[in-house]
Design a protein around this ligand. Sequence first.
Ligand SMILES: NC(=O)c1ccc[n+]([C@@H]2O[C@H](COP(=O)([O-])OP(=O)(O)OC[C@H]3O[C@@H](n4cnc5c(N)ncnc54)[C@H](OP(=O)(O)O)[C@@H]3O)[C@@H](O)[C@H]2O)c1
Length: 324
Amino acid sequence: MSKAIRIHQTGGPEVLTWEDIKVGDPGPGQVRLRQSACGLNYIDIYGRSGMYPVGDLPAVIGMEAVGAVVAVGDGVEGLNNGDRVAYPMTLGAYAEERLIDADKLVSIPGSIGDETAAAMMLKGLTAHYLLFRTYPVQAGDSILVYAAAGGVGLILCQWANLLGVEVIGCVGSEEKAQLAKDNGCHHTILYRDEDIPGRVREITRGSGVAAAYDSIGKATFEASLDCLRPFGVLATYGNASGPVDPFSPAILAGKGSLYVTRPTLATHTSTRELLEQGAQRLIDVVATGQVKISINQTHSLSDCAEAHRQLEARETTGSTVLKI
Ligand SMILES: NC(=O)c1ccc[n+]([C@@H]2O[C@H](COP(=O)([O-])OP(=O)(O)OC[C@H]3O[C@@H](n4cnc5c(N)ncnc54)[C@H](OP(=O)(O)O)[C@@H]3O)[C@@H](O)[C@H]2O)c1
């Protein structure tokens, strides 16, 4: 027997229950992992609340963890018992032990600790694909980053700064503004009070940003379009305020031949090549200290209801780790 957080129905944090599960032996292509820490991600809230499907109930939620291989199924090559691995995007992470397809796993070097590995994979690979694939930034570009002091946000700010980009960050408080600035953000907008497009035009001397990386969704979609330069890219990649309403593509013409995309890390880790390319770049910048992973909240996995509550209430900054 092993313990896991399962949901028997979708709903608020109270549906998260710590209970015994059977794990079993790995099938062909799988390994069994003994996990030491999970990363908390906003997508866990979407799964718990019912916004995103999690399959048949009861279900173990959670997408990201680090652990050691304790059993190897037939046909698995390159992984042995005791190997330290992490993964970014595979449902069933909130568990002491689990089965997982071996091709979802990334080896973690000894220079990166377990909690950092758990905190960085999903958020860091998201920052990677946004900056390198969705709109590949150029040195000298100006970009807009929402929730700049959040988990994905702090990584985006640091990595974009490293690439020579001017970063404008939207933040929910003065404290978050300072934290974003300490992590490479050049300008901040207190977007609960300030007019986002007005401030962006002021900072960019009227020209607008090359890309807006918008994790807020419904509440900020139109403002994001109004921040872009001609041919600019809006990557609307999250729903913290709810999903974006349907819109007419004609508005993109009027605002300067804009591009809108709704990307997901699922596509960007859907092949071994995509996963490895992103993971290698992420591990390099973290292992060399060029991008730091701020773990600003830790909870035990069994107490993840409180962690969910804090994330939804906008009380967290940086990454949250659930220790096992
Ligand atoms: N598409 C993908 O591939 C992908 C992958 C990873 C994450 N994401 C998305 O990226 C976003 C960030 O994820 P994260 O795990 O790093 O979370 P996070 O940014 O650490 O936390 C969410 C933040 O969103 C802001 N926010 C604004 N309006 C909000 C509202 N109505 N309710 C709650 N929060 C609100 C808050 O920051 P302020 O107080 O500063 O406003 C809050 O701290 C999420 O939307 C997530 O779904 C998408």
